[in-house]
Design a protein around this ligand. Structure first.
Ligand code: ZN
Ligand code: MN
Length: 419
């Protein structure tokens, strides 16, 4: 029996707009000093409150869609997705159903089914047999990226997720901080025995690290494969990753019994876009990691490895390019310094330091050679074992260079040349 893992992802990313998705409340749940300070009738879900979409969040979602190679339909709308759970007091989440903001993209070999916009829910805290609710997070703009089931291994999944994370950060639309939960991963995993897609899938909910996502996938593939080999079909269910146990565990799911009863939100008019507006957003997309990496290889003559490291973040890439503006230092030398020495200084200072350190060595070599020819007696004495002769020679070098060279380095160079 051939077993092949079939993996897709739903990825939620909180946008870092100034205000929330459908109200004017501050969007800063992670910086709030107290629970429930950024709230209003809209994000508390009070009856009669009217949502107004955040234009920036809509535009950023379109830009993300474009960055992932998606089509942007000229019409999009918000729908109500109903379920009953205390993190959502109005009984539904404003999300997008059949007219998402972006559809049909591709990242590497992985097809992107859709990118849509919705609102985050409140945060529940269970303590001392009580559940407390913090609404600071309620109504934060939340993008959901849905892939086709094109991933075949945990390794491939991690590479894909890191790429998504990197693009989101390049666009500067989210902190995408996994530890804080501003980027959350949900792999759906099944294993097929033939050519057809399996008749079930297991969704692992709310994973907060690439490593855990990889481990959850490996665990599920193994668990499901064993069931299949025993002639059973794994159950369609939601599970959670338990890092302590190193396994996935079945989850009582809030949508288990649910029919979401999607329908268009009557409080929010559909959104219509023009090609001109979309073109304008497209023009605002910065150079993305892959393009930047290819350019660094071509323009600066870097190898693949160096170019990958230097384009890891936009800030690092910008730093490197700022340094290369001084054409007198080879880009490769700058790359080596940044990668190997993990420097922490202004670009101009780094370039100055590189220049200084290379010049000092060149100058002192020439000077040392001259000092050695001019002082044969001291050289003889040193060779006979007189240590003071070395200090005499260092003094001569210092005299000529007016003290501009490093004494320790000069001494090292002298010894190596004397030998
Ligand atoms: Zn609000
Ligand atoms: Mn969602």
């Amino acid at each position: 029996m051939t077993l092949e893992p079939i993996i897709g992802f739903e990825i939620h990313v909180e946008l870092k707009t100034n205000s929330k998705m459908f109200c004017g409340c501050k969007n800063a749940p992670f910086f709030a000093k107290q629970p429930n300070i950024y709230t209003c009738p809209v994000c508390l879900g009070l009856p009669g409150a009217l949502p107004v979409p955040n234009k920036k969040a809509v535009e950023w979602t379109i830009m993300l869609g474009l960055a992932l190679g998606c089509e942007i339909p000229l019409l999009s709308k918000f729908d109500r997705k109903h379920y009953f759970y205390p993190d959502l007091p109005k009984g539904y989440q404003i999300s997008q159903y059949d007219e998402p903001l972006a559809v049909g993209g591709k990242l590497g070999n992985i097809r992107i089914r859709r990118v849509h916009l919705e609102e985050d829910t409140a945060k529940l805290m269970h303590q001392n047999n009580m559940t407390l609710i913090d609404f600071n997070r309620s109504g934060v703009p939340l993008v959901e990226i849905v892939t086709e089931p094109d991933i075949r291994s945990a390794e491939e999944a991690k590479i894909f997720l890191k790429k998504i994370h990197q693009i989101v950060r390049y666009l500067d639309i989210s902190d995408a901080d996994m530890e804080k939960g501003s980027m959350r991963l949900e792999p759906n995993i099944s294993v097929r025995t033939g050519k057809e897609l399996p008749p079930y899938k297991v969704e692992v909910k709310n994973i907060n690290s690439f490593r855990f996502a990889g481990k959850a996938i490996e665990y599920e593939v193994k668990r499901q494969s064993e069931l299949l080999k025993a002639g059973k079909t794994p159950a369609q269910e939601n599970r959670g990753w338990n890092e302590g146990k190193g396994e996935t565990v079945p989850q009582r799911s809030k949508e288990e019994a649910a029919d979401y009863r999607y329908f268009p939100d009557p409080d929010i008019p559909p959104m219509r876009f023009t090609q001109a507006h979309i073109a304008k957003l497209k023009a605002q997309i910065p150079e993305l990691p892959d393009a930047k990496k290819a350019r660094f290889i071509k323009k600066h003559g870097l190898n693949d490895y160096d170019a990958s490291i230097l384009t890891e973040t936009r800030a690092l890439a910008d730093y490197f390019e700022e340094c290369t503006k001084d054409a007198s230092v080879p880009a490769k030398t700058i790359a080596n310094w940044i990668i190997n020495k993990k420097v922490n200084m202004k670009p101009a200072n780094l370039v100055a330091l590189i220049k200084q350190s290379t010049t000092v060595e060149v100058v002192s070599r020439a000077v040392i050679a001259k000092v050695l020819t001019d002082n044969p007696k001291a050289v003889e004495d040193y060779k006979k074992g007189k240590e003071q002769a070395l200090m005499f020679l260092v003094g001569k070098v210092k005299q000529i260079t007016k003290g501009k060279v490093d004494a320790k380095k000069t001494k090292e160079l002298l010894i190596s040349l004397l030998q």
